[in-house]
Design a protein around this ligand. Structure first.
Ligand SMILES: [Cu+2]
Length: 648
């Protein structure tokens, strides 16, 4: 158990509670630690069940999920139908991967109805982002699990296969044999490889052709040492290619060895249709990607950035999804490289801000520096001032409310890889400034990796869970939750979750103003048992104090389902008198502590006879097209149930 900050509580109750705790401690004798801890938990549960406590600290409830619908929630998104899409794919379990059973589950928080969704490929560790029409693009995932050095039995590595024929594309089947022309050693490919045609260019009167290279992962046919390659060798390919075709395809390798084999990505891409509740296949990405970030752009397209490719190498190239064509296209000029799952936020000037948060994956520190990326010129302006810049892996980032202020916050994070070191640091940068600089803000109560951070309708940030150490190692899960108030720069402890969550966990805001938390993938079973940990499949729902403080929720009784930027639109409400703020929140699409979709826009409004007139904010990069949750918030900070509005 970890130190827990004490939620707010009246002085009288606190005296009573501590008296009870002491009495229990005394009765049991402090030597029996597990019993004392259990007793203290019971005292806490009693406190936490009291209405007075809940009005100040909120309340946690378990979601009852029939066993057939419990999955390893690794990806979560709130769809415009109000349902929550949870994607496991193979759920970070290689045995499940080997069986080829990939899972997706759809949950309707309004009815608690659950539905399994047929999942065509292993979407585990892909990327996702919303399109203007509310469909969720899900791209990339897992082709092959990693193999740790201790389990590597065969030399393996990348074979570069070059297709010099500009007029033909070839397919090399899985198991294609490559024979070294130097040593005679044989290697086979572990996946089917598609060789794109070579290129043709006219220079003056001449046509120049060039080969197109494809990286193919190969393993030595025979187990054991001494089967590697340590300098450039040419290979003969045994395949169905004959005659000139066989001559046009050349293979070479530089390094085939006994190192760790990384996870490998796929290029498959889908639109999840929230209305048919099906994955609809679209064109493959240009590159295979595992751990990419998908970031919506001001024109409604998406960029896919970073990830590991089909041989487990970092993808250096960015590409763009064109929704009208349902097609991915290369962006050869965008050559800035990022670590995997980079946190990239669309700024109002149409540039992308890289907060520095990522999930790492072996990239050098030089690629991890935060800054402003002008995708049109491919220039990158680093930003200074971020403390603990060497502890950004598994940190959380979000755009604070309102988005018009262009403030990005970074919370927690740890040193690269499986380091036990993490940080309490939070910092905020104001991108409205000419030369923006990160400034340190209030510390988290604990050093925290994998913190969930959710933008709330009242502009606060709900933060919870995570662990101190890598993947909850040493029972370092944090059973804490705290509300961050940007105006006072303070974290207020609130009611504690019952479940610990670390790697592969998520949280998101529901239309009714509650927050739901999913997942958790501890490395080990416990601090003494080093067998694989159990994936946390329980789901908890946090009801914030603003729904338990007795304040009457404003209601939106009617109004348009669509609105244009800059338009004035009318919504009816019997509660106009109490409305203090109006917000448009873009729903979450979150995985691996990365959620670049959530943003909250301040909306100007005028009270009228039967409701309010809203003026939709302007700017295609400020208000990316798509579905938003419209909330009316009263003087007590209590929000309405959201109404979905599609903004274009
Ligand atoms: Cu992962």
């Amino acid at each position: 158990m970890s130190p827990r900050p004490r939620p707010r509580w009246s002085a009288k109750r606190r005296v009573l509670a501590s008296f009870l705790s002491v009495a229990v401690l005394a009765a049991l004798g402090v030597v029996n630690r597990p019993l004392v801890a259990a007793a203290m938990d019971r005292v806490y549960d009693f406190q936490a069940s009291q209405p007075g406590f809940q009005a100040q600290n909120g309340r946690w409830d378990f979601l009852k999920i029939p066993s057939a619908y419990r999955i390893n929630a690794i990806h979560a998104a709130l769809l415009p139908t109000g349902k929550v899409l949870l994607i496991a794919g193979s759920g970070n379990r290689d045995k499940v991967f080997a069986k080829g059973t990939f899972k997706t589950m759809l949950w309707d928080p309004a009815t608690n109805h659950f539905k399994m969704i047929p999942t065509p490929v292993d979407l585990f560790c892909g990327g996702h982002a919303f399109l203007p029409d509310g469909k969720l693009v899900v791209a990339g995932g897992t082709q092959r699990y990693e193999v740790l050095p201790a389990n590597v039995k065969r030399a393996s590595g990348t074979m570069t296969v070059i297709n010099n024929n500009p007029n033909r594309r070839y397919v090399l089947g899985k198991g294609t044999i490559f024979t070294s022309q130097t040593t005679g050693l044989k290697y086979h490919s572990t996946q089917t490889a598609v060789l794109k045609p070579g290129t043709k260019k006219t220079v003056g009167k001449k046509t120049v052709t060039a080969g197109t290279g494809t990286a193919v992962f190969v393993e030595a046919l025979d187990e054991g040492q001494g089967k590697g390659v340590d300098k450039l060798q040419q290979f003969t390919i045994t395949s169905s290619l004959k005659g000139q075709d066989a001559k046009d395809v050349k293979a070479s390798a530089l390094n085939i060895g006994y190192k760790k084999q990384e996870f490998q990505g796929i290029a498959d891409s889908f639109e999840f249709n929230p209305y048919t509740e099906k994955y609809e296949r679209v064109s493959d990405m240009v590159d295979a990607r595992w751990y990419p970030t998908l970031a919506q752009q001001s024109d409604g397209s998406l960029l896919a950035v970073s990830g590991l490719n089909q041989v487990g190498g970092l993808v250096a190239e960015t590409e763009r999804y064109l929704p009208a064509k349902k097609k991915w296209v290369a962006e050869p000029k965008m050559t800035k490289q990022y670590p995997t799952y980079p946190a990239l936020f669309l700024m109002k000037n149409d540039k992308l801000f890289f907060s520095g948060s990522s999930s790492g994956y072996g990239q050098p520190q030089s690629q991890r520096k935060p800054g402003i990326w002008d995708t049109k010129t491919n220039t990158f302006q680093e930003v200074p001032g971020l403390p603990d810049a060497d502890k950004l892996e598994t940190s959380a980032s979000l755009m604070l409310a309102p988005a018009q202020d262009q403030k990005i916050m970074v919370l927690g994070g740890g040193k690269n890889g499986d380091s036990p070191v993490s940080t309490k640091r939070t910092a905020v940068i104001d991108l409205n400034q000419a030369n923006p600089t990160y400034k340190r803000t209030a510390d988290l109560p604990n050093p925290t990796r994998y913190l969930s951070a959710v933008l709330m309708p009242d502009d606060s940030v709900f933060t919870t869970n995570g662990s101190k150490d890598y993947r909850g190692r040493g029972e370092s899960d944090l059973y804490t939750a705290q509300m961050y108030h940007p105006e006072s720069d303070t974290f207020d402890p609130v009611a504690r979750p019952r479940v610990g969550r670390n790697y592969h966990s998520e949280a998101l805001l529901l239309p009714d103003g509650r927050v739901v938390t999913f997942g958790g993938d501890p490395l080990y079973k416990s601090k003494d048992d080093f067998s694989q940990g159990d994936f946390e499949q329980r789901v908890e729902i946090y009801t914030p104090p603003y729904l338990l403080n007795g304040s009457k929720r404003p209601a939106i009784t009617d109004g348009p389902k669509t609105a244009k930027r800059g338009a004035t639109v009318h919504y009816t409400t019997p509660d106009a008198a109490s409305v203090a703020k109006v917000r448009l929140l873009k729903p979450s699409s979150v995985t691996h502590t990365t959620d670049v979709e959530q943003r909250s826009l301040a909306v100007d409004f005028k009270k009228t006879g039967d409701g309010i007139d809203l003026t939709v904010p302007t700017g295609a990069a400020m208000v990316p097209a798509g579905y938003y949750l419209l909330y009316l918030i009263n003087n007590d900070g209590t929000p309405s149930v959201a109404k979905w509005v599609n903004i274009s």
